[in-house]
Design a binder for this molecule. Structure first.
Ligand SMILES: Nc1ncnc2c1ncn2[C@@H]1O[C@H](COP(=O)(O)OP(=O)(O)OP(=O)(O)O)[C@@H](O)[C@H]1O
Length: 257
């Protein structure tokens, strides 16, 4: 269940939310050229849940994800990751926090072409100076079905396999939250479903939290809750979504955009 809490109402006990945004605004540019990408967004995403973020083009989905993940700073308002308030953190602190507590899966797989699969997966550990736990690496590679490919380079893999490397890389640090920006956008339907199943497993089997921007109602159907953005605001949310219901709701929102 996704918790929307305004004016303190319905605020859950501290520590039950993986991510929370309170009165978040994000304005790009100044004066006549200013664009309000997020307009007073308040939402809490419970730990161990899978949330899909949808909305028409330009509704603020990427901005929401970037602010929630500490990749971008809101113009005003508060973002908390677990209990940690990100406001006022400098770039060095934010980078440390992201490396330790957040995983990312993007539409473009962003793998390092000169590194093999195992090296790509363990890159976040090397960047943060953490020793690789070999057994955990083996478990993660097995989970994404790439044990036999550990020493292949990205160019030797299919798109779906490359995205599974990116998921393994996002899981290796045992992050509290995995953020996905159109993680299935570059994949065919069947391969995309494998990737969504892996994200679903991260929630169901290891209690991680997944927040994923998608345009695809089928992908959103894997989530526990869909958050609909329109004009930088949370226009609606849907629990236990089905692809059909999501597509219907999107048709309405699309007309409004
Ligand atoms: N760096 C920027 N400078 C100025 N305006 C921006 C910038 N980034 C985003 N915007 C504007 O903010 C609004 C929200 O953009 P955002 O990328 O978050 O939307 P989105 O829902 O992810 O869109 P899409 O589905 O097309 O990717 C848009 O009007 C966009 O033009």
């Amino acid at each position: 269940m996704l918790l929307q809490h305004k004016d303190g109402q319905g605020t859950p006990a501290p520590g039950t939310e993986a991510v929370s945004l309170t009165s978040v605004r994000k304005v790009y540019g100044k004066g006549a050229a200013a664009v309000t990408a997020l307009d007073d967004v308040t939402v809490g995403i419970p730990r161990g849940s899978f949330t899909a973020v949808m909305g028409p083009s330009g509704s603020g989905k990427s901005t929401f994800l970037h602010c929630a993940a500490g990749l971008d700073t809101p113009t005003s308002g508060t973002v908390r990751l677990g209990g940690t308030d990100l406001s006022g953190m400098n770039e060095v602190k934010l980078t440390e926090l992201r490396r330790a507590r957040v995983g990312f899966v993007f539409q473009a797989f962003n793998l390092v072409s000169s590194l093999d699969v195992a090296q790509n997966v363990t890159l976040p550990l090397r960047l943060s100076g953490t020793r690789t736990d070999k057994r955990w690496l083996e478990e993660i590679l097995a989970r994404v079905g790439l044990t036999e490919r550990a020493h292949h380079r990205p160019a030797q893999l299919s798109g779906g396999q490359q995205q599974r490397v990116a998921i393994a890389r996002a899981l290796i640090t045992r992050p509290e939250v995995i953020f996905g920006d159109e993680p299935t956008g570059a994949l065919d339907t069947v391969t995309g479903r494998d990737v969504l199943t892996l994200l679903r497993q991260a929630v169901d089997e290891t209690g991680q939290t997944v927040v994923m921007v998608t345009h695809d109602p089928v992908a959103a159907g894997y989530a526990d809750t869909v958050l609909f953005l329109a004009d930088g605001r949370i226009a609606d949310s849907m629990a236990k979504p089905s692809a059909d219901r999501v597509a219907e709701r999107m048709a309405v929102l699309g007309g409004r955009a």
